[in-house]
Design a protein around this ligand. Structure first.
Ligand SMILES: [Zn+2]
Length: 84
């Protein structure tokens, strides 16, 4: 199972909110961006804090399968093993 299968809309990711430090973000949207050279699908992931409604996002399968980009509002890469 690839990480992209685990990261789906409605799940929580243990990633600290950049605004209020809440420890988890809700995965709001998973949008296909295209196909990588290794044939994995690249996704834009939008997350929202359930406490302060701050939104953040990152790219999943960023150029290569199972690689995540840094989030838009922090310089941290989400740990995709921490999806609940
Ligand atoms: Zn927050």
């Amino acid at each position: 199972m690839s990480l992209a299968d685990k990261v789906s809309e409605g799940k929580m990711l243990l990633f600290k909110c950049s605004q209020c430090n809440h420890p988890a973000m809700l995965i709001l949207k998973k949008k296909e961006l295209g196909t990588n050279p290794d044939n994995s699908v690249k996704y834009e992931i939008t997350m929202q804090c359930p406490r302060c409604r701050n939104k953040d996002g990152f790219t999943l399968n960023d150029g290569k399968i199972d690689v995540a980009s840094k989030s838009e509002k922090t310089d941290k890469v989400p740990n995709l093993d921490r999806v609940l």
